[in-house]
Design a protein around this ligand. Structure first.
Ligand SMILES: Nc1ncnc2c1ncn2[C@@H]1O[C@H](COP(=O)(O)OP(=O)(O)OP(=O)(O)O)[C@@H](O)[C@H]1O
Ligand SMILES: [Mg+2]
Length: 255
């Protein structure tokens, strides 16, 4: 039996304000394995970002546990990287320097760091922009930097929180295709991807598996293995059926 890379066991979260406590995550449990591209979809405000931050070790849950290769995640572990919706670049650093940040606690030589970061920028299509500052880059280019920064540390697990949703539709589509290609063609160290999204079309396009979350206080309402081959045919019967199943689930979760 293959061991899961990631294991969530009865994860719970609430926020407290004075005497009041708001329950955000009621109970989320799932296991994720090597070579899976898992998407997590759910209505707005249901706790998706909170959940991915818990998985990444940036936020502590109030119950249950997250195991990464069998060890409990209590702080961001080496081997996991996160891509943010709003890119999270430091404006006073160049693209190259932003990527290099991911290697700040590595004892590699400066030359080697620089070489790897430049190569990674090239991989994501930003060869000529290493010295540019974030304000000189388009949204799509900024997220390419975000992806390069996440990948340069050779993570085993790539976490993405709505990575394409701040981009215009055409840029999002292109970057989503390229990223999926990069990951599926095993051109990187990544063995498992967990992506948060609220777009039905997006999750069908890239996922091996789709986990659907309920409205807040959230829990898993469906866990769907997508058997269609890539690239996914938007005109196929399976696509249509899966899209309507997801639409129904999200509708009932929202109301
Ligand atoms: N630090 C915090 N303190 C109090 N409440 C919070 C905090 N962070 C998030 N929340 C609340 O938790 C709920 C879930 O937030 P979260 O950002 O995880 O949802 P989401 O599914 O990512 O939302 P969106 O679809 O808008 O990205 C929201 O109701 C939010 O108001
Ligand atoms: Mg969010």
């Amino acid at each position: 039996m293959m061991k899961p890379i990631l294991e969530l066991d009865n994860v719970r979260l609430y926020f407290s304000k004075g005497r009041f406590r708001t329950e955000i995550i009621k109970d989320v449990s799932f296991e994720a394995y090597k070579d899976e591209f898992v998407s997590i979809i759910g209505p707005s405000g249901c706790g998706k970002s909170s959940l991915i931050r818990i998985i990444s070790g940036l936020l502590q849950s109030n119950g249950g546990e997250v195991l990464y290769n069998g060890a409990e995640v209590l702080s961001p572990p080496r081997g996991m990287s996160l891509v943010f919706q709003d890119f999270a670049l430091l404006p006073w650093l160049t693209a190259l320097e932003n990527v290099k940040l991911a290697l700040s606690d590595s004892n590699e030589s400066e030359e080697s760091k620089e070489r790897r970061c430049k190569k990674m920028l090239q991989e994501v299509g930003l060869k000529g922009s290493a010295e540019a500052y974030p304000k000189e880059l388009s949204g799509g280019m900024k997220q390419r930097v975000g992806i390069a920064r996440a990948l340069v540390s050779n993570p085993e697990v790539l976490l993405m929180d709505e990575p394409f949703s701040s981009l215009d539709a055409i840029t999002a589509d292109q970057l989503r295709k390229e990223t999926h290609h990069l990951l599926k063609n095993k051109k990187t160290s990544v063995k498992l991807v967990i992506m948060v999204s609220h777009s039905i079309e997006e999750v069908i396009e890239v996922s091996d598996r789709i986990i659907v979350l309920d409205r807040v206080p959230t829990s898993i309402i469906d866990d769907i293995y997508v058997k269609m081959k890539y690239p996914r045919d938007m005109r196929s019967k399976q696509y249509f059926e899966l899209a309507s199943r997801l639409r129904k689930l999200l509708h009932s979760a929202q109301s």
